[in-house]
Design a protein around this ligand. Sequence first.
Ligand code: AMP
Length: 217
Amino acid sequence: MRVVLMGPPGAGKGTQAERLVEKFGMTHLSSGDIFRAEKSSGSELGEKLAEIMARGELVPDDIVVEMMAKAITAVDGGLLLDGFPRTVAQAQSLDKTLDEAGSPLDAVVMITADDEAIVERITGRRSCPSTGKIYHVKYMAPKVEGICDETGEKLVQRDDDKEEVVRERLKNYKMQTEPVVAYYRDAGKVQVIEVNGMQTPDEVAAETVAALEAQGR
Ligand code: AMP
C-alpha cells in the first residue's frame, strides 16, 4: 500500500505514521526527518536546510523533489509518505516518480485540526533525540518528566516548534499545502480520506485504519 499522510503541522501525522507502520508494515518516509538527518550530518546542504527550517519556511521544491525521489525509489513495497508532498509542484513530481515505477498512490489521508489546538500541541511537543519517539508535556507525558521512557535520554524540543515559528508554518501550510489536497481531489486518481485529528490518537488511528482497509477491498 502506498499512502500519503497529510495535515497541518501538529495534526498528529508522526503519531499516526507510527500506528500505520505497525498495522500495515510499510516503509515510513518523513521529509522532515530526512532533512533533519541531513542537518545533523553537518553538510553544506544540511546547513542551508537548517536555516530554512528554523524560519518555518518550506525548503525549495527542487531540493525536496530530488531528495525525496531518491529516498522513494530506494523503497521496495509499501510506502507511507509523511510531510511530502507539500506543494502542488511536489505532488506532480511525486506522481511522475510513482508512475515511472509503476506503483501509483492508493490513498491520501488528510488529518485535520484547529489552529489553536495545533499551537498548543506543537509547543508542548518533545522527542527523543536518538529514536525520534514523540511525547507531549501534557497529553502524552513520559513516565519521568523530560526523559524518554525507552532510552532514558533527555527529551528535546525542535527549534521550529516555538510558537512564532509554528504560526509561520501554519500560514505556509494554508497557502502552499492546502492546494495539494485540492489537487488530489480534482485529479480524481486517488481517494482522499479525511480524518478529524481533534479526536484521541487511538480514535484517529482506528478511523484511518478502517478507511484504508475499506479502500483496499
Ligand atoms: P516536518 O517535520 O514535516 O514538520 O518538517 C519540518 C520542516 O522541514 C518544515 O517546516 C519545512 O521547513 C521542511 N520540510 C519538510 N518537508 C518539506 C516539504 N515536503 N517541502 C518543503 N519543506 C519541507
